[in-house]
Design a protein around this ligand. Sequence first.
Ligand code: PMP
Length: 319
Amino acid sequence: MNKLVGNTPMIKIKYRYRGIEKEVYVKLEQYNLTGSIKDRIALYIIEEEKKNNNLKDNMPIIEATSGNTGISFSSIGAKLKHPVYIFMPNWVSKERIKLIESFGAKVTLVSKEEGGFKECIRRADVLSKKIRGYRPNQFSNYLNTKCHYTTTGKEIESNLKGEKIGGFVSGIGSGGTLMGIGKRLKEAYPDILIGAVEPSKMALLTSGKISNHKIEGIGDDFIPELLDVKIIDKVFDIDDDDAINMARIISRDLGLGVGISSGANFIGAVLLGDNTDNPVVTIFPDDNKKYLSTQLTDKINLKKEFVSNNVKLISYETI
Ligand code: PMP
């Protein structure tokens, strides 16, 4: 299965922002087994925990997730004969629920009134004790960060072939992506800036604001245990509709169908790019197919203040 996860392509996008032409390096994570970056951590955690004897044959896997992690564990669990139980907030896209169910896993949805994301984690803990399941616990499991350090980060380093970069930026769900890749690239390029993207409506690192938002996959109600804020140089609070708009514009102008958090990451890269002359690196965590029932398929919003409406996408090439 290792051939179906990781070793994703990397592209260089040329764009213009406020009259200046710049470039962003982007790792395209939709080219993983189930179409997201989360296949990496699901496979890595399963393989490592089998070696550690913490995950035994046929043992149930129980996880709380905003979707992609659930899809990944359900798919890989089906192949490796582990029953999978997923606890998810009820405000995620319908496609997520259907995909997890299609892999034979059981989904339990939890509403805001019932306690939202934190309640998903609590219920997953309770069930795993009851049926003696394995809890990957992506928000606190160091294997999550280690996976990105040893796979995604390492790949990016070799994709770049020594090219200069000015920074790395990504959104925070579990924080594994930002911590693992951020740490690796900071070791290889000590002068780079590390940027974190969060939804402006769930601005936990800046104002402590907690409210509903539309950037699925990031901004999960709390600051994850894996996150070491000391590594972060800049935090970008991104407007939901700007992120959605950016994702649509990436599809329309470059023909790359990407998810909402990819739009947010691209805006983060443009804003971090304002602080350095060298190209910034970011991730497109998944594609647009899981969001066809959401506002992602609405018309482009022409609001002038949006960063997305001040970026001109020129072209991209694979590197
Ligand atoms: N974008 C999407 C679409 C995701 O599903 C996730 C994972 N929840 C992320 C971004 C953030 O990744 P991480 O958990 O590594 O912070």
